[in-house]
Design a protein. Structure first.
Length: 364
């Protein structure tokens, strides 16, 4: 069940409860507990609409994808494979279609890695890739009609595109080595990806290619690991991670590859960058003595430790309206899904159980 609006009385309650609001609250519990703690978590749900978040949970006999409202209500299990798999370098496990009607995921429930899609209510699960090879990574076309993925079905790791309706598959790349981590441009014309040329060395460089397989363009040439590329919402820039200066840092590059900017420069390892919807900020995970979620402006200013505690906080994803960030953390003993406002003053627990909940993803 989707709740997209809040009633006006919430605003009145907010005004009364703000003074007593706690900085870290639990959004779950019995009705009496919720009533007792209502003022503590009201500020978070008032700041935006009540959206839905998918996450991966290790419950019962395996791990599957669940969905929950951003206030901690309405939790439902959506997949029942017991074997939803992590996608290397990708924070989220459920990759939503831009229209929000379905999501893709990777599972080996049929014996090998395959790409699956499923409706938002958990119905209509389909195997899109359907091949004995290893199929992984998922990126949707902006109109939700196609999915690009990586497969070794023809011997080495190449990129493919599948039509969601017809299941017709076409090969996008054809090279002697390995492509990975595709991301579709917002205008639907290109895909950015990482490519390792073993003749040169064990390095990943960034390339773009038109979706018809033409105009393959190399963006980076650093003999370094340039990975986790993601287009800005306006399609003019690409954020990625690179270890060209000794450790993983966050970089920006324009779509032509003619201008590169280093965003982070610290003694930590930074990874998993993700754009804010208004393209003004990047959220990412940073590893030092612990794991924390940081944000930074796209001009490199205002580096901010959002979580700033001694626990492992990781996997940040922006809410659709950009007013908050979901992430997962073990600050309460096991990994749970949390939500934070942008200044970190209100951090609310969304899931609450004895199992591991990770890899949040907002429904568009």
């Amino acid at each position: 069940m989707i709740y997209r609006t809040m009633t006006l009385f919430v605003g009145l309650l907010l005004a009364v409860s703000m003074r007593g609001a706690a900085s870290s609250t639990d959004k779950t519990g019995t009705p009496s507990q919720v009533a007792d703690n209502y003022s503590a978590y009201l500020p978070m749900i008032f700041e935006g609409t009540l959206d839905q978040i998918t996450f991966r949970s290790f419950r019962s006999s395996g791990n599957d994808i669940y969905i929950i409202n951003s206030d901690g209500t309405g939790e439902e299990q959506l997949t029942f494979t017991g074997s939803v798999q992590n996608i290397a370098g990708v924070s989220s496990t459920a990759i939503w279609s831009p229209d929000g009607t379905k999501f893709g995921f990777v599972s080996d429930i049929e014996g090998n890695q395959e790409i699956y899609i499923i409706n938002a209510d958990g119905s209509g699960q389909q195997n899109l890739s359907n091949d004995p090879g290893r199929d992984t990574y998922i990126t949707w076309a902006p109109d939700s009609s196609m999915v690009a993925f990586r497969s070794d079905r023809d011997g080495n790791l190449e990129l493919y595109i599948v039509d969601v309706n017809t299941k017709q598959i076409s090969r996008l790349t054809n090279s002697p080595w390995s492509e990975s981590a595709p991301d579709w441009s917002p205008d639907g014309t290109k895909i950015v990806f990482s490519y390792v040329n073993r003749d040169v060395g064990p390095y990943f460089e960034l390339f773009t290619i038109n979706i018809d397989g033409t105009e393959r363009i190399q963006l980076t040439d650093d003999r370094a690991n340039n990975q986790s590329a993601s287009w800005s919402p306006d399609g003019k820039n690409i954020v990625f991670i690179s270890d060209r200066d000794g450790k993983s840092e966050i970089y920006l590059i324009n779509e032509e590859g003619t201008s590169q900017t280093r965003l982070t420069n610290n003694d930590r390892r930074d990874f998993g960058p993700t754009w804010s919807p208004d393209r003004s900020k990047i959220a990412f995970t940073s590893e030092g003595d612990d794991l924390d979620v940081f944000t930074i402006n796209v001009d490199g200013t205002e580096l901010f430790n959002l979580t700033n505690d001694l626990s492992a906080d990781s996997g940040p994803v922006w809410s659709p309206d950009g007013s908050s960030i979901a992430f997962y953390t073990d600050r309460d003993g096991n990994f749970e899904i949390y939500e934070s406002n942008l200044d970190g003053s209100v951090q609310s627990r969304i899931t609450n159980n004895s199992f591991t909940d990770i890899s949040p993803s907002w429904r568009p």
